[in-house]
Design a protein around this ligand. Structure first.
Ligand code: FVH
Length: 288
């Protein structure tokens, strides 16, 4: 990564995330132009040397790399759709959340389109702990790799512009599933007067142990074979029933554990009784 960037960058959208993106480019020394529907949000960045463009067209024309971060795909379409002429020959990096289908549609805005997803909060933008997922034009990503690397740890997943968004939602699903499981456990233990902060270190340690299964199960999924090297689905099912019964007895939500049990029962009905937990992927694929 070069240390003294001379590449000018434009950031369109100065919400909580857009402000952090523009600030990271300024900190790295990039000549930075900004635009926001509500111009007042640019004040702090202008004080740091950013140029506030009077219009979207001026903002796009100011840089070879245009980064947009708005509320949703509709806002991106409304804001940049009328400016395809200005976007021609420039790279547009869209860091707005959205679906893979929306990303593929927005890729029509310019030949040099890169879609992205930010797995981080604004506070960590500019540090390696900010993970940014990209897909779309490989040539464009490679050309601006150093500049995009100023935002955090950047990974390019492939030329399908929708891929970064799919990774984003899949990873968010891992986050929500994990947090739901912790919160359900905290509710259950709370009925026994156990504080969440007492449960937390055990839950964190256990999440760390459980992530060890991910690599092994990924290999089984890719091979399409699910040998029970740790525990069979029948063993899992027996203990899942305890979670359902304990939840009912404690008067906390039973839908969450019952859903887990139902998925496993469906896999067993599909002939996976003696296989590993990874065989539930067949249920999620709608094949069990
Ligand atoms: N904030 C976060 O931690 C998450 C981390 C993961 C990725 N998300 C996504 O980033 C996009 C922007 O999120 P945000 O937190 O910056 O959102 P806001 O602070 O609400 O700012 C929204 C900006 O979008 C502008 N805007 C909205 N609608 C329009 C429109 N129709 N035309 C033009 N601009 C529009 C808004 O402008 P203004 O209200 O200031 O005038 C803000 O600049 C988002 O996709 C997250 O999912 C962030």
């Amino acid at each position: 990564m070069t240390n003294t960037p001379d590449e000018s960058v434009t950031v369109i959208g100065l919400g909580l995330m857009g402000q952090a993106l523009a600030a990271a480019f300024l900190t790295a020394g990039h000549p930075t132009t900004v635009w926001n529907r509500t111009p007042g949000k640019a004040a702090g960045l202008v004080e740091r040397g950013a140029v506030l463009a009077p219009s979207v067209a001026d903002a796009v024309r100011a840089s070879s790399l245009v980064v947009v971060c708005l509320t949703d795909a509709g806002a991106v379409r409304d804001t940049l759709g009328p400016h395809r002429a200005e976007l021609a020959g420039r790279t547009l990096v869209n860091l707005t959340s959205g679906t893979s289908g929306e990303a593929r549609e927005l890729a029509a805005l310019t030949a040099s389109y890169v879609d992205g997803a930010i797995m981080a909060v604004p506070e960590v933008i500019g540090s390696p702990e900010a993970f940014l997922l990209f897909s779309g034009s490989q040539e464009a990503f490679d050309r601006h790799r150093d500049s995009l690397g100023r935002l955090g740890t950047a990974t390019f997943f492939g030329t399908d512009p929708g891929l970064a968004s799919l990774y984003d939602v899949a990873l968010l699903g891992v986050m929500w599933g994990t947090l739901n499981a912790f919160l359900h456990g905290a509710a259950l233990l709370g009925e026994a007067k156990v504080e969440a902060s007492a449960f937390a270190p055990f839950a964190s340690q256990w999440v760390g142990s459980v992530t060890g299964f991910i690599t092994a199960y990924a290999a089984q999924i890719d091979r399409g074979a699910y040998p029970a090297e740790d525990a069979t689905l029948e063993t899992h099912l027996a203990t899942m029933k305890y979670l359902v019964r304990e939840s009912a007895a404690a008067g906390v939500d039973t839908e969450w554990p019952a859903r887990i049990q139902a998925l496993t029962e469906r896999a067993i009905e599909g002939g996976h009784a003696g296989t590993s937990y990874a065989s539930l992927v067949e249920v999620f694929r709608g094949r069990a």
